[in-house]
Design a protein around this ligand. Structure first.
Ligand SMILES: [Fe+2]
Ligand SMILES: [Fe+2]
Length: 266
């Protein structure tokens, strides 16, 4: 069985019509002979479009599942997202690939830990006060557009959902998909204090800790538009995002999807 992963398609930005992207997806996934496709968030700026896209792919024979990224949360709050009754939206759910292999989905969120719990020459130059960090996020990242109301409660609720699934499936080969960054090893700290501050909203150290303590085999993530494929403490991490055409890549969208589609055989 071949499993494919893509993140940060950003179709609202990258294509004029959803149909264009469908053609490109069908070509890429059929060439790679994918049996199941997982989208790891930031597919569109509206969750309805993301779900519509997933349904269209499924109808065309690509068995597709998704979690939401921060861009889906521009149009929905977490309470409403939790009440969505959609089989292909897998926040806090598990897809069993066979008797031994599962994919656990969690949208993921941030808990400021990449700033408040990481001590380096750059974090020492900035405030670790969560209210001050939040204001920087509102002024300079998309935090003001995010509809999630209570950050701490949402992070904790998702952690609880994730731990429940990890506990149920701990004896299986687990692939975890989450939009947010699972380790500070994948965020960039530098002398730009605003840049370093907004790392607070990139993800959480907890995801790496949970992956290691439950023997998770692979973590597939997005959110950062940089590419990573590496192993840390026995866990394989993969981030192969599409990103924004025009200012993050200059190949065609078709070429980008083909080159960033991550495929594993189980
Ligand atoms: Fe993104
Ligand atoms: Fe994102």
């Amino acid at each position: 069985m071949k499993i494919g992963f893509l993140s940060d398609l950003h179709i609202t930005h990258n294509a004029d019509m959803i149909e264009q992207v469908l053609d490109i997806m069908i070509e890429a996934t059929s060439k790679a002979k994918i049996d199941k496709l997982f989208l790891v968030g930031d597919t569109a700026n509206n969750y309805k479009m993301t779900l519509e896209f997933v349904d269209m792919l499924a109808k065309l024979g690509i068995d597709t599942y998704t979690v939401f990224g921060n861009h889906e949360y521009w149009s929905i709050d977490y309470e409403k997202a939790q009440r969505l009754n959609h089989d292909r939206y897998i926040n806090g759910k598990t897809i069993e690939l066979d008797n031994n292999n599962v994919v656990i989905g969690i949208d993921g969120f941030f808990d400021y830990s990449f700033v408040t719990e990481v001590d380096n020459v750059y974090t020492r130059q900035i405030s670790t006060d969560k209210n001050q960090l939040t204001q920087i996020g509102i002024d300079s990242s998309d935090l003001d557009r995010n509809r999630i109301k209570n950050y701490e409660e949402t992070f904790n609720a998702m952690e609880e959902l994730l731990l429940k699934q990890l506990e149920i499936h701990k004896n299986k080969n687990i692939t975890l998909i989450t939009h947010y960054v699972p380790s500070e090893k994948f965020v960039l700290y530098n002398n730009d204090n605003v840049w370093t501050s907004i790392n607070a909203f990139m993800g959480s150290k907890r995801y790496q800790e949970m992956a290691e303590s439950y023997g998770v085999k692979k973590v597939i993530f997005g959110h950062t538009h940089s590419q990573f494929n590496e192993t840390i403490n026995g866990v394989d991490y993969h981030c192969n995002p599409i990103g924004y055409k025009s200012f993050e890549f200059d190949e065609t969208f078709r070429e980008r999807v083909k080159s960033r589609l991550k495929v594993f055989e189980i």
